[in-house]
Write a protein that binds this ligand. Structure first.
Ligand code: NAD
Length: 249
């Protein structure tokens, strides 16, 4: 018996890193999983890994920064197994590390469109489905950059503070309607996102966690699954920091 037998979970950015681990964790707990991403082959690989482990998943290609694609993603997810119970709105990009005044306007717009507007667009179409069914749970991926500032990453930091605020406000909107809305705030996690950092030397030393190791995608997925589970039935509007004691230093 899994925690999520008979339930359906949607995970964005599930072709890689934290999203893939979250999709696998939902499937291990018995959920049927919609794997959403812009990366077709890697998204299909997540589905293959889930099926190989005995789970059930389908891939839907979607750019969540586009309203029409977010809408058809949620429609497709609901059609796939006739319901939607959980959403992990996780897709995101880091952008190029540079001082605030050197950020290109187009880069700013693109990053905010994916990391912040994309999370809101997904919620805009997920929430009506959850309301129709009488409830559900949403977890958005913010970051420790949603709690503190990260040098040379102003657009990213602004977007993740935005996700934190969006999560709190939405938790209030739906608190009486049986939809819980929380966020995970990972510290440094071992995924392609941080391996693609162009100037890692520009990051401040306090970005190193006290535990002296990077998190694993599974460290974050475990928190996401817990936040969606009935074990967290009184937890909403919470920003769950999972960072090996980075931000408390
Ligand atoms: P990742 O690069 O491994 O995965 C991100 C996934 O999002 C990729 O598969 C990518 O194709 C997908 N994606 C990007 N833009 C998209 C779009 N417009 N539509 C749909 N999918 C899109 O990175 P990750 O580390 O797993 O990141 C997942 C989330 O965790 C991101 O929101 C990131 O900001 C956040 N995060 C990561 C870390 C870290 O250290 N890795 C720390 C804090 C927060």
């Amino acid at each position: 018996m899994g925690k999520f037998d008979g339930k359906v979970a949607l995970v964005t950015g599930a072709a890689s890193g934290i999203g893939r681990a979250s999709a696998q964790a939902f499937a291990r707990e018995g959920a049927s999983v919609i794997v959403a991403d812009i990366q077709f082959d890697a998204g299909r690989e997540t589905v293959r890994l889930i099926e190989e482990a005995g789970g059930e998943a389908k891939f839907i290609e979607a750019d969540i920064s586009k309203a029409t694609q977010a809408e058809s993603l949620v429609d497709g997810a609901t059609r796939a197994w006739g319901r939607l119970d959980y959403a992990h709105n996780n897709a995101g990009v880091l952008g190029t590390a540079k001082p605030t005044h050197e950020i290109d306007e187009a880069d700013w717009d693109r990053l905010l469109a994916i990391n912040l507007k994309g999370v809101w667009l997904c919620m805009r179409y997920e929430v009506p489905r959850l309301l129709e069914q009488g409830g559900g749970a949403i977890v958005n991926t913010s970051s420790t950059a949603g709690i503190v500032g990260i040098q040379a990453l102003a657009a990213y930091t602004a977007s993740k503070h935005g996700v934190a605020g969006l999560t709190k406000a939405a938790a209030l909107d739906y608190a009486k309607l049986n939809i819980r809305v929380n966020a995970v705030c990972p510290g440094g996690v071992d995924t392609p996102l941080i391996h693609n950092i162009e100037h890692p030397e520009s990051f401040p030393p306090q970005a190193m966690p006290a535990m002296k190791r990077l998190g694993t995608p599974e460290d974050i997925a475990n928190a996401v699954v817990w936040l969606c589970s009935d074990d967290a039935s009184y937890v909403t509007g919470h920003l769950m920091v999972v960072d090996g004691a980075m931000t408390v230093q």
